[in-house]
Design a protein around this ligand. Structure first.
Ligand SMILES: Nc1ncnc2c1ncn2[C@@H]1O[C@H](COP(=O)(O)OP(=O)(O)O)[C@@H](O)[C@H]1O
Ligand SMILES: N[C@@H](CC(=O)OP(=O)(O)O)C(=O)O
Length: 435
């Protein structure tokens, strides 16, 4: 049995890196960790950088001008660096400028090569990954100004296949590469900064792990390096029973099991990427969700634990689409035609969030993607009558009771509903747009 390292993994997302004040706070949090042992820091792109890069990529792909949003992105990064620079030593500001010069130049070259003749998802990864490259280079230099910090390029180590935009990890290779590269670094330096959300293929191309995948990266590092704990720093007090942006009177879970959390994340509680939990649960590594706005506060501990009845959790997923398939000749929906439908859903990468069948019709609720839906329609419209509604919401209540059901369903028209002993789910129209 290998000796457990007292390694901690911290993950800082877009909210905790969105401006100069946020970065000053990040430096304080890292300083507070102090001499508790080595620290591996996973960072996401700063603020809304990934959204901006998606927009720039879309313009480049469709051969439209992207100079203005690209310039805004560059100005954003350089302004944050400028605002921080009064606190830096002599070399740090110059080092940051040099890294930004090199990285924006490289991004410009990649963008110039983007075009519709090549695979969309593959090119997406090559461009959108620049957000994490920029933030990790920048944050490692900012931290290095006050304590020895090394930058780590995770892409040659975190090996994925070429399922672009959702790279699947080669665990054996990743574990051995990460251990060989990172453990010696952690002995020499107490802090290492790397990118969330990114991986690399066998032939050295960059992949991404799915939007909001940096939490997952933190779990991959923790699993492979057998870390003692992972902390993800968020703008909320911990894991709450609902997203406070949409629900009033939320309550924090001080402690919650991996099982409960994985289900909440799967149903759409966006505070944690759903793939984060399994690697941690396998190695029994606790996950702390803490507020970067109040770092001393308790937050939530996710781990192996027993708890009594939990407050009902409300989870909302918007941007949903309800697709129904009906046989054209009153043939029953059978295993054979379900196999055809599932095959095409998998092929066009439309994930099923909920499904139900009746005698001659089968309904699925998926995330809405016009591009993927068109490809599905092309392949199945000869065989089935297909109807769909978009701009819908999927609500899940975990550990429901009468009051929680009433609270959520009152005044809504439910288009699809399902209930198990613990979980109630329904699809309804988006009340804000009334569609
Ligand atoms: N159950 C929940 N508990 C806490 N926050 C939640 C929950 N569900 C959704 N959220 C949302 O998750 C946000 C934090 O996650 P996210 O925006 O992905 O952070 P970051 O990008 O900084 O890592 C919160 O601001 C909150 O709106
Ligand atoms: N930057 C990526 C990855 C990520 O995880 O970001 P965040 O930690 O800010 O959710 C995204 O926005 O999808």
């Amino acid at each position: 049995m290998q000796k457990q390292l007292p390694l901690h993994v911290y993950k800082f997302g877009g909210a905790s890196t969105k401006d100069a004040a946020a970065l000053r706070n990040l430096v304080q949090i890292v300083r507070q960790h102090g001499r508790k042992g080595p620290l591996l820091i996973v960072v996401s792109a700063m603020g809304k950088t990934t959204n901006a890069l998606e927009e720039i990529f879309q313009l480049a792909y469709t051969r439209q001008a992207y100079d203005s949003p690209l310039a805004s992105l560059e100005t954003f990064h350089r302004t944050v660096a400028q605002e921080l620079s009064s606190g830096f030593g002599l070399h740090t500001a110059a080092d940051i400028k040099q890294k930004f010069d090199e990285t924006f130049q490289e991004l410009g070259q990649y963008l110039a090569a983007v075009g519709p003749s090549q695979e969309y998802d593959k090119q997406y990864d090559q461009i959108v990954s620049f957000g994490e490259l920029l933030s990790s280079l920048f944050i490692s230099l900012v931290l290095n100004d006050t304590q020895p910090t090394q930058w780590l390029d995770c892409r040659p180590l975190l090996r994925t296949d070429d399922c672009w935009r959702e790279g699947r990890i080669d665990w054996a290779l990743t574990e051995s590469s990460l251990r060989a590269a990172v453990l010696p670094m952690l002995q020499g330096t107490s802090v290492v900064v790397t990118q969330g959300f990114l991986g690399g293929t066998a032939n050295g191309q960059t992949t991404t792990l799915g939007r909001e995948g940096s939490d997952y990266t933190a779990a991959i590092f923790a699993y492979c390096l057998r870390a003692e704990a992972v902390t993800i720093w968020k703008d909320v007090a911990g894991l709450l029973n609902a997203d406070p942006k949409f629900f009033a009177d939320t309550v924090r879970y001080p402690e919650i099991s991996y099982q409960e959390t994985i289900e909440m994340a799967y149903y759409g509680a966006s505070v944690i990427h759903p793939k984060t939990i399994k690697p941690l649960a396998v190695r029994r590594i606790p996950l702390f969700v803490k507020s970067f706005l109040d770092p001393a506060a308790e937050g939530t501990r996710i781990g192996d634990c027993q708890h009594g009845l939990l407050a009902p959790a409300f989870i909302r997923k918007d941007g949903q689409c309800l697709i129904s398939f009906e046989s054209k000749d009153l043939t029953f929906i059978s295993e054979e035609n379900l196999e055809v439908i599932f095959g095409v859903l998998a092929q066009v990468r439309l994930k099923i969030n909920m499904m139900q069948n009746s005698a001659i019709s089968f309904s699925v609720c998926t995330d809405f993607s016009p591009y993927r839906l068109d490809r599905l329609l092309e392949q199945l419209r000869d065989q089935f009558t297909i109807r769909y509604n978009s701009n819908l919401e999927l609500y899940t209540i975990k550990n429901y009771d009468h009051a929680s059901i009433r609270r959520l369903t009152e005044g809504r028209e439910l288009l699809l509903e399902q209930r198990t002993r613990q979980t109630l789910q329904f699809v309804c129209r988006n009340m804000e747009t009334g569609q």
